[in-house]
Design a protein around this ligand. Structure first.
Ligand code: AMP
Ligand code: MN
Ligand code: MN
Ligand code: MN
Length: 278
């Protein structure tokens, strides 16, 4: 099976490598089809595509849109989107526009537990300040000695009920699907195993996603355990979703799954790349 990696991040959002370095690393790791899917921004795609073309690596545009569903943060990946389409561009602009204010509120909330200067500290770690994210706060809390790694930060901070988490109005799932559709893309539910949902809620999410035009789910994901891969293999078949595969790579120091270094899709699924025309 083709080594396709359809989910990863660059400095344009919360990744640690430039878009071109991500593509070079993917090529070196044997990836045969790559999509760069930065959060809420298309800014890295031109550079990524130019590098991919130079290396003869097949590439599709991508984006990972932050949405809210029943108070939870749900990520929807758009693949093969036209990155000049105005509806998508304006929609992503609206999602990004709240991030700086949210970051200030996160920082104020961290002051409750005696952590000061987090906004400025996290901001210094961004390459794209409009995309300041919990990852940047996580890295700042590691750099300032609060926790030993980002993973442990997310056990005690930045998640619902813990210091540094504030609620935020993202796009709706319906908005994301409208924008992806307008841009001619294919909508994929990102890492469905990561959401803290009961199996009833998960089925409701998947069925709403399907009704709104969602076509695929990530089955093989850097965020999934082997058990979850099997759960989503079955759900993909049950709901008639195409299956995607993506490492969700953010950086060599941070991600335990490197670009292209995850198992193949399980048997019996239709890969989403069959409909991407690449
Ligand atoms: P945001 O879009 O600002 O809410 O930030 C979300 C990002 O934080 C995700 O895309 C991940 O990169 C990172 N993140 C969320 N949860 C965790 C976790 N448990 N461990 C490490 N990184 C996480
Ligand atoms: Mn991220
Ligand atoms: Mn995500
Ligand atoms: Mn991601």
């Amino acid at each position: 099976m083709r080594n396709c990696d359809l989910h990863c991040h660059s400095l344009c959002s919360d990744g640690l490598l430039s878009a071109s370095a991500v593509v070079e690393r993917a090529a070196k790791n044997g990836v045969e089809l790559l999509s760069l899917t930065d959060h809420d921004d298309l800014a890295g795609l031109a550079e990524a595509r130019a590098t991919a073309d130079a290396l003869n690596l097949a590439f599709v545009n991508g984006v990972e849109i932050s949405t809210e569903w029943q108070g939870m943060q749900i990520h929807v990946v758009g693949l093969a989107v036209n990155d000049t389409q105005p509806t998508l561009i304006e929609g992503l602009h609206s999602v990004r526009s709240g991030r700086i204010d949210r970051a200030r509120r996160m920082s104020a909330d961290l002051e409750r537990v005696g952590i000061f200067g987090a906004f400025e500290g996290a901001m210094r770690l961004t390459a794209n300040p409009n995309l300041i994210s919990r990852s940047h706060f996580g890295r700042y809390l590691v750099d300032s000695g609060v926790r030993k790694d980002v993973r442990s930060v997310f056990e005690s901070f930045l998640v619902p009920g813990k210091p540094g988490y504030v609620s935020h109005r993202w796009a709706t799932v319906g908005d994301a699907l409208t924008w992806i559709d307008a841009a001619g893309g294919v909508a994929v539910m990102a890492h469905p195993g990561r959401y803290k949902l009961s199996s009833v809620e998960l089925r409701r999410l998947l069925s709403e996603f399907k009704d709104l035009g969602g076509q695929a789910i990530e089955v093989q994901s850097g965020s999934h355990t082997a058990e979850q891969v099997d759960v989503f293999r079955r759900l993909a078949r049950e709901f008639g979703f195409l299956a995607s595969r993506g490492s969700d790579f953010h950086g060599p120091e941070e991600s335990h799954v490197d670009l292209g270094r995850l198992p193949p899709l399980p048997e019996g699924l239709t890969p989403v790349w069959d409909v991407l025309g690449v």
